[in-house]
Design a protein around this ligand. Structure first.
Ligand code: SF4
Length: 342
């Protein structure tokens, strides 16, 4: 069933007219959806109650239905589990930090990249999400407060779903619609170097985060299979081209895994690799996944790692694992709900 979100104003007006409703209701509904993040017809109180009821059964507001909201006790982080019309489950995470409200969006159901440490990669990729399904995640999260930032960092590899990703970015930044600034959007990739150049060629000044996870090719290949296709040198060259084309500083994500890539010599190699590049590093202590033989390093080891990298003049941040209590590592909630955790 097509949703209201997938129709432009003209098509929505036609649909409403066919239901015997005035065409101007299309503008009202789109203002609720796109401007206010209202995804529930029940809350569109300027529509007559009978119309709201009919729309609910004949024209879903978005292609995703909210199945579960799971907040942390402090309410700062909320995991949303959404059901697509074909029954597939999609995850989004809403993270609040002061005035900032960031939504982490999934781009695929599952993921085909098979990173050794990741829940999303365990079952492979089921399908790409549509642009409307990506936008719907932002709207569902925005139903509880305006969204300031979007990161394509949830389930899936966004650059493996490239045309729909670009379409979703277009919809999120459309000044006649949601109207977000492209500078407040970030695409996170495991490192598909040719697609990084394609993204630069769109001219969209979105932020770019590259999941590096190692400073040498052998360690990276043991964690990230796609590293066999694109070397670290390929990635750094693509990142430099991206920064030059967009004027945006590239962030390198580095998941710290005990005994694999979190020793002081790994930190030294990372610092030397990125020194003088103008990029920054975001360290992410590993969030353990049931059934996978990986663990997070001790807090002190994380602090030492950060200090060594920073000693090379590289800007380093360490991500707080706020999502842990809501199973927020990508793919974990979906797997738990499907009962596929080993
Ligand atoms: S870490 Fe990212 S790219 Fe790798 S399998 Fe998981 S979702 Fe895919």
């Amino acid at each position: 069933m097509t949703s209201a979100l997938e129709l432009d104003e003209g098509a929505l007006a036609q649909r409403l007219t066919a239901m015997g409703e005035p065409a101007y209701r299309a503008r009202q509904i789109r203002a609720h959806l796109l401007r206010r993040g209202v995804v529930d017809y029940g809350q569109m109180t300027d529509l007559p109650a009978a119309v709201r009821g009919r729309l609910g059964s004949e024209l879903p507001a978005t292609p995703l239905a909210l199945q579960r909201r799971r907040p942390t006790p402090d309410g700062q982080t909320t995991k949303l589990l959404l059901r697509a019309q074909d029954g597939e489950l999609v995850e989004a995470v809403s993270i609040r930090d002061g005035d900032r409200h960031t939504v982490c969006v999934s781009s695929q159901v599952g993921c085909g990249m098979a990173c050794a440490f990741c829940a999303s990669g365990l079952d492979g990729v089921a399908r790409n999400l549509t642009a409307a399904e990506m936008v719907a995640q932002v709207l569902h999260a925005g139903a509880h407060g305006a969204v300031s930032n979007v990161v394509f960092m949830g389930m899936g590899e966004p650059l493996a779903n490239f045309p729909r990703l670009v379409e979703a970015i277009g919809a999120l930044t459309d000044p006649a619609g949601i109207g977000m600034s492209a500078r407040r959007l970030t695409v996170s990739t495991v490192g598909l170097a040719p697609r990084i150049r394609d993204l630069a060629a769109t001219g969209l000044p979105v932020g770019l985060a590259i999941s590096l996870h190692a400073a040498d090719d052998a360690t990276r290949q043991s964690l990230v299979p796609v590293a066999r296709r694109y070397s670290i040198a390929d990635l750094l060259a693509a990142a430099a081209d991206y920064a030059a084309a967009t004027g945006r500083r590239v962030t390198f994500e580095y998941t710290l895994i005990a005994g694999r890539n979190a020793e002081p010599h790994h930190a030294g190699a990372l610092g030397r690799l990125l020194a003088g590049s103008g990029s920054q590093v975001n360290l992410i202590p590993y969030n353990p996944v049931p059934g996978l033989p990986f663990a997070e390093p001790a807090t002190e080891a994380v602090r030492r790692f950060a200090a060594i990298v920073a000693g090379h003049g590289v800007t380093v941040t360490t991500r707080q694992e706020r999502g842990r209590r809501v199973d927020a590592a990508c793919g974990q909630l979906r797997r738990a709900v499907r009962g596929s955790d080993p």
